[in-house]
Design a protein around this ligand. Structure first.
Ligand SMILES: N[C@@H](CCC(=O)N[C@@H](CS)C(=O)NCC(=O)O)C(=O)O
Length: 202
């Protein structure tokens, strides 16, 4: 299995999940500025939208979408420890949180705050919406350690996206529980290993 990723991008979520569960994979780095692989290959030939992450299977099948890939990776663990069995009381909060992260965090940050051409008014509106979501998460995480109760693939996703505050210099000191949460997730050995493998940690 191959994971096409770009350092620090949303693909980090899938990378973390694979490492959390000890699932073997080959990482293939993509330069998102040029949409080229290290060997010069055209990433659009692999991912027509030009997006990471892509999981490629040994039979050549390729699949995308962070929330779907995380469910797939978590379900390959016989214990389903990072998601819970279908229909279980654990599963709904985890899949609910995956959808929340995808639509209320990931696609609020991206593409708006990553593109120079985004108008200042749009940038301000996006930051205001994110501030509301950060405040909501801060309230939630003041009462529990992880976003859906016990640590789950939703935390891998939330961490990958919320970690962008560091790249975008968005202060989060007003959200101490959220800050503590990010530190808690970052300290996990699998997260450290993924960050290191992506060149984001020395
Ligand atoms: N809906 C997709 C979005 C993936 C996405 O936004 N990927 C970004 C990196 S976080 C990307 O590859 N952007 C490259 C581009 O816009 O050309 C998913 O959830 O996987």
């Amino acid at each position: 299995m191959k994971l096409y990723y770009s350092p620090g991008a949303c693909s980090l979520a899938v990378h973390i999940a694979l490492r959390e569960l000890g699932q073997p994979f080959d990482g293939v780095a993509v330069d998102l500025a040029t949409h080229r692989l290290k060997d010069g290959g055209d990433f659009y030939a692999i991912s027509p939208r030009g997006y990471v992450p892509v999981l490629e299977f040994d039979d050549g099948a390729r699949h995308t979408e962070v929330a779907a890939l995380l469910q797939f990776v978590a379900d390959r663990d016989p214990a389903q420890a990072l998601i819970g069995p279908v229909g279980s009381p654990r599963r709904l909060p985890v899949t609910e949180a995956l959808a929340f992260v995808a639509t209320e965090l990931h696609k609020v940050f991206s593409p708006w705050l990553w593109h120079k051409e985004t108008a200042d008014s749009t940038r301000a509106a996006v930051r205001a919406r994110l501030a509301e979501r950060f405040a909501e998460l801060d309230r939630l995480l003041a009462g529990q350690d992880f976003i859906a109760g016990a640590y789950s693939v939703a935390d891998a996703y939330a961490f990958a996206i919320l970690n962008w505050v560091n790249f975008l210099a968005i202060p989060i000191t007003a959200y101490p529980a959220l800050q503590a949460y990010l530190a808690r997730v970052a300290a996990r050995p699998a997260v450290q290993a993924a960050l290191r493998a992506e060149g984001l940690l020395k």
